[in-house]
Ligand binder design. Structure first.
Ligand code: SF4
Ligand code: MG
Length: 327
C-alpha cells in the first residue's frame, strides 16, 4: 500500500496509479538436485511469492517453471500432478496449516490415502514411521495439534509433507517462529532428512544466521530482484553487494567483525512504486549517479558468484577503494 500522501502527489503530477505489484522482476533461479538454496531478503522482497510459485500454490503471470528440465506449463496432467506432489511447502506456523480438530495421525495420513499412495489399512504404519523419522513419539498419533509444542508442531508439519514422498521441500520461514535452541534442532532435522531421503531444499528466510547453518548456496533478493547469489562459503567470506554487506553487518554473531557501514538504514520502498535504477539506491551508502538511472545487471564477480551492483564495473578509483577495504 503506497502512502496516501505519496499517491496524491503522484496523482497531481499525473502519474498513472500503479495497479499491480511486480513481486518478481526478471528472477531466474536454478536449484540443483540435493542442493539447499537459502533465499534471503526483508519482508516484501518477493521471496515467499517465488516459493509459492514453485510449490504450485500461486501462478506466475509471466515466465516459466521447469521441473527436471520440463516446463510445468506444458506438462501432461499426470506428470504435473506427480511434480506438484514432489514439491511440498513447509510454512512458518504449522498451527495455521493444521486442522485443530484432526488428530496428528489424520493430518499426516490424509494426503497419501487421498492420492492413492497408501492403502487405508497401512496408513497407521506409515504415520508411525513418519513420526519416528521426524523425532516424534508415534504413541502420540491420536493427539491433537494444540497438545504439542511449537517445535513438535513443526515436526508434524514436516511429517505431513514427507507423507507424499516429496523430493523438493520449500521451507518458508519454517523455523522463524521457534526459540533459538528449537530452531537448531529443526534445522538439524532438515539436514538429516536431506541425507536420509536425498531431498533438495529452497530455504526461505529473513535470517542469515539460520541460512548460514543450513544453506549450500545463498541467494539475496531485494524488492523483487535477485541482487546476489553465491556458494555459502564464498558468500559469507566475501559478500559483494552493498545490501548483502548491510544484512551481514546486522547479523548478531558477526558483530565483532569490523562494521562495514551502518545497518540497513531507511524504510524498504513500496514495491508498488520501486525506485528507478538500482532499487537499493535510496538506502545505499555507495550510491552514485548511475545507480539512480540504470538498473545494474546480475553479473559474475567470481566463478559462481553473481552480484548486481554498478560498483563492480566502475572506473579504477573506486576499484582502488574497493581493494583498500572500504567495501
Ligand atoms: Fe549501491 Fe549503486 Fe551498487 Fe545499487 S548499484 S547497490 S545503489 S552502489
Ligand atoms: Mg514472507
Amino acid at each position: 500500500k503506497p502512502d496516501l500522501a505519496e499517491r496524491l502527489v503522484d496523482r497531481l503530477r499525473g502519474a498513472p496509479e500503479p495497479s499491480t505489484v511486480r513481486a518478481l522482476d526478471e528472477v531466474s533461479l536454478d536449484i540443483g538436485v540435493g542442493e539447499i538454496v537459502g533465499l534471503v531478503g526483508e519482508s516484501g522482497c518477493g521471496k515467499s511469492t517465488l516459493g509459492r510459485i514453485l510449490a504450485g500454490i500461486m501462478e506466475q503471470s509471466d515466465g516459466d517453471v521447469l521441473w527436471e528440465g520440463q516446463s510445468l506449463a506444458t506438462m501432461p496432467a499426470r506428470e504435473l500432478k506427480a511434480a506438484r506432489l514432489a514439491a511440498q511447502m513447509i510454512f512458518q506456523d504449522p498451527m495455521s496449516s493444521l486442522n485443530p480438530r484432526k488428530t496428528v495421525a489424520q493430518a499426516i495420513g490424509e494426503a497419501p490415502v487421498a492420492h492413492g499412495m497408501t492403502r487405508r489399512a497401512e496408513v497407521g504404519e506409515l504415520v508411525a514411521s513418519l513420526m519416528a523419522k521426524v523425532g516424534l513419539d508415534p504413541s502420540y498419533a491420536r493427539r491433537f495439534p494444540h497438545q504439542f509444542s511449537g517445535g513438535q508442531r513443526q515436526r508434524i508439519g514436516i511429517a505431513r509433507a514427507l507423507a507424499v514422498n516429496p523430493r523438493f521441500l520449500i521451507c518458508d520461514e519454517s523455523v522463524s517462529a521457534l526459540d533459538v535452541s528449537i530452531q537448531a534442532q529443526v534445522l538439524n532435522l532438515f539436514l538429516q532428512l536431506k541425507q536420509d531421503l536425498g531431498l533438495t531444499y529452497l530455504f526461505i528466510s529473513h535470517d542469515l544466521g539460520v541460512v548460514k547453518h543450513i544453506a549450500d548456496r545463498v541467494v539475496i533478493m531485494y524488492l523483487g530482484r535477485i541482487v546476489e547469489s553465491a556458494d555459502a562459503e564464498a558468500f559469507f567470506a566475501s559478500p559483494n553487494h552493498p545490501y548483502t554487506q548491510a544484512l551481514l553487518a546486522e547479523m548478531p554473531n558477526v558483530q565483532q567483525r569490523k562494521r562495514l557501514f551502518q545497518p540497513v538504514k531507511g524504510e524498504i520502498p513500496s514495491p508498488l512504486n520501486p525506485p528507478a535504477g538500482c532499487h537499493f539506491h535510496p538506502r545505499c551508502p555507495h550510491a552514485f549517479d548511475r545507480c539512480r538511472i540504470e538498473r545494474p545487471a546480475l553479473k559474475a564477480v567470481a566463478p559462481g558468484h553473481l552480484s548486481a551492483c554498478h560498483l563492480n564495473d566502475t572506473p579504477p578509483m573506486r576499484g582502488e577503494q574497493h581493494q583498500e577495504g572500504t567495501r
